[in-house]
Every structure is written in structure tokens, then in C-alpha cells.
Design a protein around this ligand. Structure first.
Ligand code: XUL
Ligand code: CO
Length: 437
């Protein structure tokens, strides 16, 4: 059988002293941390779109990444070779999961019937490759943003015919996700937003998005698809404003349309920073509101204002992210999906390995650091002490909603000026540095 990455053997854990760039220094899938293996905690997934369909194109120039599995004029042969290359990659890298959009794995044909036939053919092969390699599907999704028909959105398109086309596509994408045993299904609002309010009925579009998701929930029940639905926040790009702006906007939307019980958040690091938040802020919000589901792991660039989707390497980010995720109970159906792409100059297939190895090691280190932070309990104790006034009978009464403004006035007049306490930010940051180092 053709090998697509003949220069790379199975990636092994060699420990922190290894100087082999094609080895894990920290990710040891079988090593136990807080009672679970690293593999069980981290549930790494490789995304199909960037890793196997990414070309390196940017707004200033075409693709630079040449791959042997693209070497055919027959699009279905390319699709098949790419899928085989992908499973060779998953196996050599040692991940358990993958993710895809319908149109990543099989190209569109002139008619929807033929498009679905192509998809079925590839899904059949994917099922076999999953079984042969012991790889599972973390989640599937539909690409509702690349085709010209979706230039003004899918579920929020001004045309009901395009809404219907998008629903038809999601119906099929859910079916194939179920067929492949997917643990989840993602809704990322590709072009669900606007470029100008001069041509947009925002209220109506939001209603349509709510209706669309309810139709998806109904169909999920009908076909008994047991995977978890996720919504993936992003504030802008490709549109000027995306309705799923951030976790808070998504939560408000889900509450208004009575969808909270049906969707959790798929938090992407670079989307968080585009929204003016940190990655950890978005995770913390999701955990605090019990809507955390999964992660698209990547990072942005401090000086570039768009979704650069770089591989995560920052230990502060991975440590704090894992600290929040562990405090939220860890992953159940979700995982760490590398929605990240190699740079345009990283033209060799081996760069895909370097990128993922780095991301996996960065999260493995983050996990170990977070576990130490949790075990020591230093930060948890600090926070507990900071709020200890609320654990007194006076504080508890307020928390229970049993206090009145008049009682607050009486208390304040009797007790005078309240004491303030230091937030100790610098001290806490120094302690954090000790964990990272
Ligand atoms: C786009 C993005 C998507 C979703 C899936 O920024 O993150 O790839 O993750 O549609
Ligand atoms: Co994403």
C-alpha cells in the first residue's frame, strides 16, 4: 500500500531529555495524571480541513503546500488518497480522534444527489479506515460557507430556498456523522452574521437561526443520534459581525430560543482572542454556566488581527486552559481538536508532524502543570479566603436572596466603613511562574 508520509515512523514518547524532534517529550498517552491517562484526559483530534485540505493560500498568494495525495486530475481519486493519507497520519501520530466538514472529505458534484453519492462512497471508506486503525470521530460538521450559494449566510440567508438547502446539507452531515459513530456534531456559524446593517434584518435572521437549530434538534431525536451538539463562537471573519460572537452571546441566544439543553460550547482559542477575550475567559464562562463541551485548540498572533490558526505552544495558555477544564470535570464527549494550520512556509509534509507534536506536548505539559496546581490547591484556597465573608450567616442570607436593601442599610450604618483587602495579583502571578518553570 502507498505510504504518504514514508519519511516518518510512528511517533513515540521519549521523555524530556530526548532531542529527537519527531518524538514526544511530555505526551505519554499511558501516563496517569489525577487517576486518568493522558490520552483519556486530552482526547486529541486532528482536523481534516487545515491538515489535509489546507494549501497555504493567503489573500496575497496561492497555495504553497504540495502534497502527493493531491496528485490526480480525478477529484474522487484525490479524495480517496487524501483520506488514506489522513489515517496514516493519525496512526503515526497516535491520536484517537479526527474531525471533518462534509465537503472536506468529498468534493461537491454538479447535483446534490451526485454530491451525496460521492460523500457516501468516502464515508464508507472512512468507516473501514476508522475500524482498521482504531480511530474515532470526535465530531462532524457541514461546510455552509464556501459554496457561492452561501455568500449571504445559510440559516440566516435572506432566501428561504438557501435556508432549505443548508438544512438539507446538515441533515445529511448528521446522518454520516452518526454512521461514523461521531461523539458530537458542531455548528459553527460560517457566514451567519452580516457585512452591513443597511441590507440586514437582524431580528429576523436570529429567529431563523433559532428555528434552524430546533429543526436540527428534532431531526437528531428522530434518527436517535446520540452525539453531543456544539455551537462554536466566533465574533467576526468572514463576516464583519458573526451572531455567535462569543460564549456569552451564544448562551444568551440559546436561552432565548430555548436551546440550552441541546447545545454545549466548542471553544476555539483564536476565536476568543478575536472577540477581545482570552482563551481561558471563554472556557471559564462555559464552565461557570455548565455549557462547556469541547475545544478547538490553536492560537492567534499578538500582532496580526485575524484568525491565524497557529498551533498552540504557549505553556501559560495550555496550563490555565487545562486548569479550568479540569475544574469543570474534564472532557466527556469533547476533546482537544487542533483546528490549526501550518504556516505558508512550512511546505514539507513532515511539518504537519512537528506542528501536532508541539501542540500535543504543550497540552500534556499544561495538563501536568494544572494537575499540580489543583493538588496543591494554592489558588483555590486563595479564592476561598477572598470570598469567605459570604460564608458567614450575613453573607449566606444575601446569597440565598433573603436580604433586603433596608437590612443592608442597617448593617452598614452599624458597622461603618468596610475593610478592603489586597487582590495579591503580583504574588499570584509569581506563584504561577513557579508552576510553569
Ligand atoms: C472557522 C472554524 C471552523 C469550525 C468548524 O474559524 O473554526 O473550522 O471549527 O466549521
Ligand atoms: Co474551529
Amino acid at each position: 500500500m502507498t505510504e504518504f508520509f514514508p519519511e516518518v515512523k510512528k511517533i513515540k514518547f521519549e521523555g524530556p531529555k530526548s532531542r529527537n524532534p519527531l518524538a514526544f517529550k511530555h505526551y505519554n498517552p499511558r501516563e496517569k495524571v489525577l487517576g486518568k491517562t493522558m490520552a483519556e484526559h486530552l482526547r486529541f483530534s486532528v482536523c481534516y480541513w487545515h491538515t489535509f485540505k489546507g494549501t497555504g493560500a493567503d489573500p496575497f498568494g496561492p497555495g504553497t503546500l504540495l502534497r502527493s495525495y493531491n496528485d490526480s486530475s480525478d477529484p474522487m481519486q484525490v479524495a480517496e488518497m487524501t483520506l488514506r493519507a489522513a489515517f496514516e497520519f493519525y496512526d503515526k501520530l497516535g491520536v484517537q480522534f479526527w474531525c471533518f466538514h462534509d465537503r472536506d472529505i468529498a468534493p461537491e458534484a454538479p447535483t446534490l444527489v451526485e454530491t451525496n453519492r460521492r460523500l457516501d462512497r468516502i464515508v464508507k471508506l472512512a468507516g473501514k479506515l476508522q475500524r482498521d486503525n482504531g480511530i474515532k470521530l470526535l465530531w462532524g460538521t457541514a461546510n455552509l460557507f464556501s459554496n457561492r450559494r452561501y455568500l449571504a449566510g445559510a440559516a440566516t440567508n435572506p432566501s428561504p430556498a438557501i435556508f432549505a438547502y443548508a438544512a438539507t446539507q446538515v441533515k445529511k452531515a448528521m446522518e454520516v456523522t452518526q454512521e461514523l459513530g461521531g461523539a458530537g456534531y458542531v455548528f459553527w456559524g460560517g457566514r451567519e452574521g452580516y457585512d452591513t446593517l443597511l441590507n440586514t434584518d437582524m431580528g429576523r435572521e436570529l429567529d431563523h437561526l433559532g428555528t434552524f437549530l430546533h429543526m436540527a434538534v428534532d431531526y437528531k431525536k428522530k434518527i436517535r443520534f446520540r452525539g453531543q451538539f456544539y455551537i462554536e463562537p466566533k465574533p467576526k471573519e468572514p463576516t464583519k459581525h458573526q451572531y455567535d460572537f462569543d460564549a456569552a452571546a451564544c448562551y444568551a441566544f440559546l436561552q432565548k430560543y430555548d436551546l440550552v439543553d441541546h447545545l454545549k460550547m466548542n471553544i476555539e482559542s483564536n476565536h476568543a482572542t478575536l472577540a477581545g477575550h482570552t482563551f481561558v475567559h471563554e472556557l471559564e464562562f462555559a464552565v461557570a454556566n455548565k455549557i462547556f463541551g469541547s475545544v478547538d485548540a490553536n492560537r492567534g498572533d499578538l500582532l496580526i488581527g485575524w484568525d491565524t490558526d497557529q498551533f498552540p505552544t504557549d505553556l501559560y495558555e495550555t496550563a490555565l486552559a487545562m486548569y479550568t477544564i479540569l475544574r469543570g470535570g474534564g472532557f466527556t464527549t469533547g476533546g482537544l481538536n487542533f483546528d490549526a494550520k501550518v504556516r505558508r512556509q512550512s511546505v514539507d509534509p513532515v511539518d504537519l508532524f512537528h506542528a501536532h507534536i508541539g501542540g500535543m506536548d504543550a497540552f500534556a505539559r499544561g495538563l501536568k502543570i494544572a494537575a499540580r496546581m489543583l493538588k496543591d490547591g494554592t489558588f483555590a484556597q486563595f479564592i476561598k479566603d477572598r470570598y469567605k465573608g459570604w460564608d458567614t450567616p450575613f453573607g449566606r442570607k444575601i446569597e440565598k436572596g433573603q436580604a433586603t436593601f433596608e437590612q443592608m442599610e442597617k448593617y452598614t450604618l452599624a458597622n461603618g466603613e468596610p475593610k478592603v483587602q489586597s487582590g495579591r495579583q503580583e504574588m499570584l502571578e509569581n506563584i504561577l511562574n513557579e508552576y510553569i518553570g
